[in-house]
Design a protein. Structure first.
Length: 254
């Protein structure tokens, strides 16, 4: 059995067939799907899907860095409200993204730091988004690091050196369809990283693995990522499932 540790199947791309998407995932051997939030506009759909499949879909609450704008304080208050209202498996998707827009870097750091502190207070794992921002993200993590800070660097695409820094803190690496891309280079990076640090994810509807690249991604396609990891480490599919699923169960307290 596998766990998709990062999937946005509650998004509008699945509005017409989300139930079929969940059923296909279950039929493919996916036992649980972690649903990281984006911002206030996505909370209802995320919670509705989690309530419809309480033994399969699990919500994670947070404010995504690309949604950090002038109203970030109001958005943070909404996250805090929900943290007090119901239980979540973690805080995310949080982090720093300088790919699309760097004009809110200061605000992104404030939001990131606050959510890290909420996670530590509640002893919840964090789901971290990093894009063109490893240096800035690492600095905040180093400043906030203590025994209660744990989590995963979602959609990892860094260097081997960055991977070792992350795993040295005890964080996991979220590996998705990028690892199957012919010229992505992630497969070569992972060859120098122990498989014990990995978790599988799809990041649906984005980053569909080969042979579905360019199409809408879904949780059932995690099998293609599993196969690529098995090829990289020259181990069985069962071994990939055992290691990555155990990591996900421990991190998200399943």
């Amino acid at each position: 059995m596998l766990i998709d540790t990062h999937s946005h199947i509650f998004s509008k791309e699945f509005s017409s067939d989300v139930h079929e998407v969940v059923e296909r995932a279950i039929s493919s051997g996916v036992e649980k799907i972690v649903l990281p939030n984006v911002d206030s506009s996505s909370i209802k759909n995320m919670l509705d899907l989690s309530d419809a499949y309480p033994d399969v879909c699990y919500p994670v609450i947070g404010l995504h860095p690309t949604s950090v704008k002038e109203d970030y304080e109001e958005e943070l208050e909404i996250v805090n409200y929900w943290l007090k209202k119901r239980s979540f498996k973690g805080i995310g998707e949080i982090g720093i993204d300088l790919y699309w827009d760097s004009s809110f870097l200061e605000e992104q750091i404030i939001v990131f730091r606050q959510q890290l502190r909420w996670a530590k207070e509640r002893k919840l794992p964090v789901v971290i988004h990093v894009r063109d921002s490893f240096e800035e993200t690492f600095q905040v993590i180093e400043e906030e690091m203590d025994e209660d800070l744990k989590g995963v660097f979602h959609s990892f695409t860094g260097t081997e050196e960055q991977a070792h820094k992350i795993t040295g803190w005890g964080f996991k690496l979220g590996i998705n369809g990028i690892v199957t891309f012919k010229n992505g280079g992630l497969d070569k990076t992972l060859a120098g990283v122990d498989m014990k640090h990995l978790m599988l994810e799809t990041d649906s509807p984005y980053l569909a693995p080969v042979p579905f690249r360019g199409k809408r991604n879904e949780s059932a396609y995690i099998r293609n990522i599993q196969q690529k990891i098995a090829d990289i480490y020259n181990v069985s599919l069962d071994e990939v499932a055992r290691v990555t699923t155990d990591n996900a169960r421990k991190l998200f307290n399943f």
